[in-house]
Each structure stands twice: as C-alpha cells, then as structure tokens.
Design a protein around this ligand. Sequence first.
Ligand SMILES: [Zn+2]
Length: 136
Amino acid sequence: MKISEIHGDKVQALLLENLGDKPELVECSTNPEHGYRQVDVGLLMHGKVQYQPCLKCMARDRFVRQGVPPEVAEATRKNYSITHSEQQHQFNLWERWVQAHIKREDEKTFLLMLGTVGTGKSHLATAAFKALGGGW
Ligand SMILES: [Zn+2]
C-alpha cells in the first residue's frame, strides 16, 4: 500500500516523517527490469525504513519455497526458448495438454516429458505449474 493511499492524515504524516528524505519506491536490486520495491509501511510505522522485495521477486521466492528449482523459478511459456522444430512440436503438445487442463477437458491425462539435460523439461514443468494455478 502506498502512503498516499492510507486514510488518516495523522498516520500519513507520521509515515512521511519517518520516511524523511528517502524514497517510497526503489528499483529492484535483484533485477532492475522487475520494477520497484516499496517501503514496508508496517515497519515505517515504527520508524524503520526497509523496502519489501518487488512483486516478481516475491513470486519467485514463493515458487522456490514450493520446490521449483531456482534456475527455472521465472519460467513461463512466454520465455521458453525454441531453437529447433522438434522442440516446437513438443511445445505444441505441452500447450495442448495445458490448455485442456485449463478448460477442464481431459483431466485424467498426465504429462510425461523425457529428454536429455538442458532440453527444457524443468522449464515447461514450472510453466505448466504456473499456468494451472500452482504457487499459491
Ligand atoms: Zn525483483
């Protein structure tokens, strides 16, 4: 919650006083492309200026806590890299399976992915987990 969205002039004034000349938002320190980190309003109430992780880093950490390997924690269908036609064919099969499960068709099937190291199985497994609503 941004300080400007907090109702109550006295609380807002206290928060702004505690913030001093520090910014309410700072760039994500892990990856500037993520966006911004916001000051922790709860701690700011007690005079401590500390910034929360950005939303993408929070989501990433949540997936890792749930067992997703850190190296593929940001995997999605959109950032899956297809470099040859067989990979495109496998991706199309994966996409069909995911869409069928999103639409709750064919729910009694499962997805089996086989391949050598580095072919994208973990990436697609994570992307399927996310696409099907996992991670909460
Ligand atoms: Zn981040």
